[in-house]
Design a protein around this ligand. Structure first.
Ligand code: N2P
Length: 392
């Protein structure tokens, strides 16, 4: 596969995004919440220096085992690392201010909203000596969201798609062949009614489900027309009785443990579930599917909140992640693609050649690019998602 042309196409897909500042409702956080400032009390402060503490808030299952310990050993900086499972949760925290975090990792379209809302601060690139490792094509096109690349550094990227337990789906479908468009497995009652006995799970966030549902019903994925959301909702309502669970952070374990057979979720997590299942010598054969309709692309970016207290340490951490071996280590551990050109040589061959991680160019072209909707539409989307979940 050609990773450079893949990255170029990703960049191209990001060009045409229309972004509008928005806000969103607070949701229940699924997180290993800890008090970030608790770490500060324990750490010594050298005279004239920033205290040796760094508070990070990132997605769950998005880290190599040695990423944080190696950084702590090398710098003496104590890291407090908390996790979340949706952009909505992170955004609500940032909107409430005083998060106590020094680095957070929103998807690029959400980070754009946070820049516009004055919630983030600019990077000091003079402190990021490894910045040149980033793919210039990706940087150039990310500048459409973040002019001059002043705020965001990509952590990893992937896309929302359909994941399956191959054997369980085959058994559940019986004589019925797999659909041409794999999204039918989660959106068409003809399939969901057969698959429900073995478990269907959806991501638990309106902004993850609606762009795809809208495209499935023939509407624009980032539509600002409330009527379009009604059409998508009506489609979703028909499969609601067949859905077992709404979970974002739980899909890896649910798939690897054989508790569900189909998921609307993140390709990286499906590959991770596959690896976990192999490591555990479990019989679950998990696959991330490339659908004919395309999935929803996301680029998760490291940004620094406007009120962060350990800004220098935050830059040290970002610069550390940008080392080729460290960035490649993330990709190898969690099976998500990275934006680091210099890291490619350190990515395990099996991961590098996995076409559901580093998508072929023609599949990248099909992805829905990250985007936002206006405030009123965001409320409509959230209301329909709640209705969908509660089955009202
Ligand atoms: C979690 C990674 C999720 C990224 N394992 C979704 N933006």
């Amino acid at each position: 596969m050609d990773m450079n042309s893949t990255k170029y196409l990703i960049s191209m897909a990001l060009i045409s995004i229309g972004l509008v500042t928005t806000s969103c409702g607070k949701q229940e956080a699924e997180t290993t919440e800890a008090k970030p400032d608790a770490a500060a009390a324990a750490a010594p402060v050298a005279a004239g220096d920033e205290e040796k503490v760094l508070n990070i808030y990132n997605w769950s299952d998005y880290l190599a085992e040695d990423t944080i310990p190696n950084f702590e050993k090398e710098t003496g900086i104590k890291v407090r690392y908390d996790v979340f499972d949706s952009n909505e949760i992170l955004h609500a925290k940032l909107m409430a201010k005083n998060t106590g975090y020094d680095i957070v990792v929103p998807s690029s379209n959400w980070a754009k909203l946070q820049i516009d809302g004055g919630l983030l601060q600019k990077l000091d690139k003079s402190k990021l000596t490894n910045y040149g490792n980033l793919d210039p094509d990706i940087l150039a096109q990310m500048a459409n969201l973040d002019p001059g690349n002043e705020y965001m550094v990509d952590w990893l990227w992937s896309y929302t798609t359909v994941g399956i337990n191959v054997d369980k789906v085959k058994t559940a479908l019986g004589d019925m062949p797999m659909p041409e468009n794999a999204w039918d497995l989660v959106f068409d009652p003809k399939y969901t009614s057969k698959l429900k006995s073995r478990g269907i799970t959806f991501l638990d966030a309106p902004s993850e489900v609606f762009p795809i549902a809208l495209r499935y019903v023939g509407k624009a994925p980032h539509s600002n027309n409330a009527d379009d959301y009604k059409v998508a909702y009506e489609m979703l309502a028909k499969v609601r009785p067949d859905i077992k669970k709404f979970s974002s952070g739980g899909q890896i374990d649910d798939l690897a443990g054989g508790n569900v057979c189909v998921a609307l979720g993140w390709a990286g997590d499906f590959n991770l579930a596959r690896n976990r299942s192999i490591e555990n010598k479990s019989p679950q054969n998990i696959e991330a599917l490339i659908t004919s309709m395309g999935g929803y692309m996301f680029m998760d970016t490291m940004v620094i909140p406007a009120d962060a207290k350990h800004v220098d340490n935050a830059h040290k951490f970002i610069n550390y992640i940008l080392r080729p071996e460290v960035h490649a280590g993330l990709t190898n551990a969690v099976t998500y693609a990275n934006p680091n050109k210099a890291a490619t040589q350190f990515v395990d061959e099996e991961v590098r050649n996995n076409k559901t991680i580093f998508l072929p160019a023609e599949d990248v072209k099909k992805l829905i690019p990250p985007g936002n909707v206006d405030n009123a539409t965001r409320r409509v989307m959230t209301r329909y998602f709640t209705q969908f979940k509660t089955g009202a």
